[in-house]
Structure formats: C-alpha cells, structure tokens
Design a protein. Structure first.
Length: 128
C-alpha cells in the first residue's frame, strides 16, 4: 500500500502523524501492495465546532474508489473511526466481488423438464 499523507490548515505533530501512518498500515493488510491511499488531515477553524479535527481518506481500488471522512476532538480518535469505517467498506466490496458471480451462476440453471412431457412430444412427432 502506498500512503500519501497531506496536512491542510496548520501543522500536525510527529506523534499524531506516526499514529495515523501506523493505523493505515493495519488497513494496508487488506489491500494490494500498489493500492494508493490518500489521507488528508484537516482542522476546522470555527471555535464552536467541538469535533474540529478531520481525517479524510480515499482508497483507489479497482472499480469505484472508497472514500471516508470522520471528525473528532483529536486526530487519533478521528483516525480510529475512519479506519473502522474503511475496513467495513473494503470487506463489503470484497464480499460483493466474491459472492455476486456465485449468485449469478446459481440462478442461471434451467428447470428440468419432466419425463412425461418429453415422452408426449416424442409420441406426437412419431405419429405425425
């Protein structure tokens, strides 16, 4: 997994940056090695907003990209919430890719024709 970490509006200390990187490495176990993950750390400027630390992430996977955004009182808390959300989304995507072709294959089987109908068709064909 390739991690691209960006900070908007301000400065993030190294401890918070290392924590975010460590959490996303855990998420990387579920991804391909060349998958790009863009993470943006942001902070709201409005003092009335209690959850002013925002973490956004976009996972570039085959098909539609997975996007998540969480806000909390600290970058660490927002990162925990976001990683949980992205893990659920990735698991759901994986299940769709595995289960959907199986469902289509199961539904494509035709109903068997009763033997009586086949015998009746053969009799009418030989009589005519």
């Amino acid at each position: 997994m390739r991690l691209n970490l960006t900070v908007r509006r301000g400065h993030v200390n190294d401890a918070a940056r290392d924590y975010v990187e460590a959490k996303f490495v855990k998420l990387g176990r579920r991804l391909h090695d060349e998958t790009l993950v863009d993470v943006v750390l942001d902070r709201e400027r409005n003092p009335k907003i209690a959850d002013d630390h925002i973490v956004e992430a976009e996972v570039h996977v085959k098909g539609p990209n997975i996007h998540g955004r969480e806000a909390a009182t600290s970058y660490e808390a927002a990162t925990d919430l976001l990683v949980d959300k992205l893990e659920r989304q990735l698991e759901r995507l994986r299940e769709k890719k595995v289960q959907e072709p199986r469902r289509r294959a199961q539904g494509a089987q035709p109903e068997p024709v009763p033997v009586e109908e086949i015998e009746a068709e053969l009799r009418t064909a030989s009589d005519g």
